[in-house]
Design a protein around this ligand. Structure first.
Ligand code: SF4
Length: 368
């Protein structure tokens, strides 16, 4: 399945204009394919994704573990494990960066595009003070003197609301709480004022109160710097108040995309519908069992025939087993954001015609 969310003027099947047409495009991804060679075979992690990210835009990328959402952006940043290989094209402001040697790629990483991860301890060096780690970035990328870099680093810690930044910048990562470490990581990622911040599950390891504080902080920083943000998460609740556009991924493909409001209020792909139904809500019965999507994500070394979601889909019918659905436009999108989905159904809730096809298929299978 090739997922395409591009600015190409004539929408055809699998090609959907993005709001990036109205603003300058920062990052342009075309037909990105990522494969990992393992002892058990080749893992198909990302299957031909195309996407434009506009200046100042926030995109939420949602899916379960193994949906390819992290590997898509690890490919963009040149951070794949040694057995991984990405092909296709990734352009930063028109310049091809996919496959660049690490030394050349380092000119973009940190200064133009930054990435933060779920566990800041994997990115912060436990042996060095925060001051040393932050100033090094500015000295290397911006050519600042040590004292200029220290002043700027303290300003950034203030900005991400680290109390007593001047004193605490001399401390080691283990002397900060989890939430504070994540703030330090965000401050480091924004030191060079990159055009694009990729945040991979930035709040997953934090308790809910700190989670809300970090999301508020990202919202404020987006306003302050007009940074484009990619927010990768398995939790649709995290993106509700922050993202402009949502991209739902399953088995290395985009299965649905649209404005955050459209995705939340009228999901058009059964997988998105399942994700939303499994979210706890304030008004739901606290004692009732939360619905979940049955089954497991597919084995990426041996994907099911037809639609990758069919073994878990409650609407699956004969066509789903035989034919892989392409990503195609589906209805008017709100806020100027086009909608698209990769599903054979006309729409959700089911139309009479779709219901009849599913029921006829089930009746035929029962007869055999
Ligand atoms: Fe379900 Fe079929 Fe749509 Fe796949 S194509 S999501 S199996 S209805």
């Amino acid at each position: 399945m090739t997922a395409t969310l591009v600015t190409t003027p004539t929408p055809t099947t699998g090609t959907v204009a993005s709001p990036a047409t109205q603003a300058e495009t920062i990052l342009s991804i075309r037909n990105l394919v990522t494969r990992f060679k393992t002892g058990d075979g080749v893992v198909a992690a990302v299957n031909g994704i195309s996407l434009d990210i506009a200046a100042g835009e926030t995109i939420g990328v949602v899916g379960e573990s193994g949906s390819g959402k992290s590997q898509l952006f690890m490919s963009v940043m040149g951070l794949l494990a040694s057995n991984g290989r990405a092909t296709g094209s990734v352009k930063y402001r028109g310049q091809e960066i996919l496959g660049l040697a690490p030394a050349k790629l380092n000119r973009f990483r940190g200064s133009k595009m930054s990435m933060i991860f779920q566990d800041p301890m994997t990115s912060l060096n436990p042996y060095l003070t925060i001051a040393r780690q932050m100033t090094e970035v500015l000295v290397q990328h911006k050519g600042m003197s040590q004292s200029q870099a220290l002043k700027r680093s303290i300003e950034m810690l203030d900005l991400v609301r680290i109390p007593e930044a001047k004193r605490r910048i001399g401390m080691y990562p283990h002397e900060f709480s989890g939430g504070m470490r994540q703030r330090v990581m965000i401050a480091m990622a924004l030191l060079c004022q990159p055009d694009l911040l990729i945040a991979d599950e930035p709040t997953t390891a934090l308790d809910v109160t700190v989670q809300a504080q970090i999301l508020d902080l990202m919202r404020d920083l987006k306003r302050e710097f007009n940074t484009s943000i990619v927010l990768i998460t398995h939790d649709l609740g995290v993106i509700a108040g922050l993202a402009d556009r949502v991209m739902v991924m399953y088995a290395g493909n985009v299965v649905e995309t649209g404005a955050v409001r459209d995705i939340f209020y009228s999901p058009q792909h059964p997988y998105t519908e399942g994700l939303l139904q499994s979210m706890p809500r304030l008004n739901s019965d606290r004692h009732a069992e939360l619905p979940s999507i049955g089954g497991q994500p597919p084995n990426l070394q041996d994907l099911p025939p037809g639609c990758n979601f069919q073994p878990r889909c409650r609407y699956a019918h004969a066509r789903c087993l035989a034919e892989e659905p392409a990503l195609r436009p589906c209805g008017e999108g709100s806020a100027g954001v086009p909608r698209a989905k990769a599903c054979h159904l006309a729409q959700l809730p089911l139309t009479e015609a779709d219901r009849a096809v599913i029921e006829a298929d089930r009746a035929a299978r029962t007869r055999h």
